[in-house]
Ligand binder design. Structure first.
Ligand code: ZN
Length: 181
């Protein structure tokens, strides 16, 4: 469980409890970022964690697992960008970009969204995409548009990871404050 906290989280530690598992506190405190995991220890053997951002690590790992840029034919390239989205239920859906001639392809984000819809869901909580350079980035206008159309009036709260290394997160409402409809 401790390893699942990942390297990108800053700990908000309850100092009423002075003991912590050996090495745990020091290791994770040094790996600080803007993300925050709340830990409360009632004793050495019982740890209850309430995590706000562990899901970002899951999303990143899920996207990374399917990122595999390759040429499928002399007209089709795929997998250079990979996306993972968290739905309302907490499930993670992934997708990769498919680039073709004649605009038949799709962005990784929309591929992940279609995967979610295929599995019976349509409400998005978080979006993370790893670009071909290994960094995370914002969805294009078409992907933002699809997100707004899926949940008109409620899309503003969808969280988007802009910069995983530095924990920079924005909402779709910040990226796209005034939808055209
Ligand atoms: Zn897109």
């Amino acid at each position: 469980m401790l390893n699942s906290l990942g390297a990108k989280h800053r700990l908000c530690y309850d100092f009423r409890h002075q003991s912590e598992p050996e090495g745990f506190f020091a290791q994770n405190w040094l790996k600080s970022s803007r993300n925050c995991v709340i830990i409360s220890l009632t004793n050495l053997n019982l740890m209850e964690e309430v995590t706000m951002d562990n899901k970002w690590t899951e999303l990143y790992n899920a996207a990374k697992a399917v990122q595999n840029g390759r040429e499928i034919s002399d007209r089709v390239w795929a997998g250079g960008v990979a996306a993972a989205i968290e739905s309302e239920s907490g499930k993670i859906y992934v997708g990769v970009c498919v680039d073709t001639c004649s605009t038949l392809g799709i962005c990784a984000e929309r591929n992940a969204i279609f995967n979610m819809i295929t599995n019976g869901e349509h409400k998005i909580k978080r979006v993370l995409a790893i670009m071909s350079d290994g960094k995370t980035g914002a969805p294009c206008g078409a992907c933002r548009e699809l997100m707004t159309q899926l949940t008109p009036g409620k899309y503003h709260d969808i969280e988007i990871m802009l910069d995983y290394e530095n924990g920079k997160i924005v909402t779709l409402g910040e990226l796209t404050p005034e939808w055209w409809i």
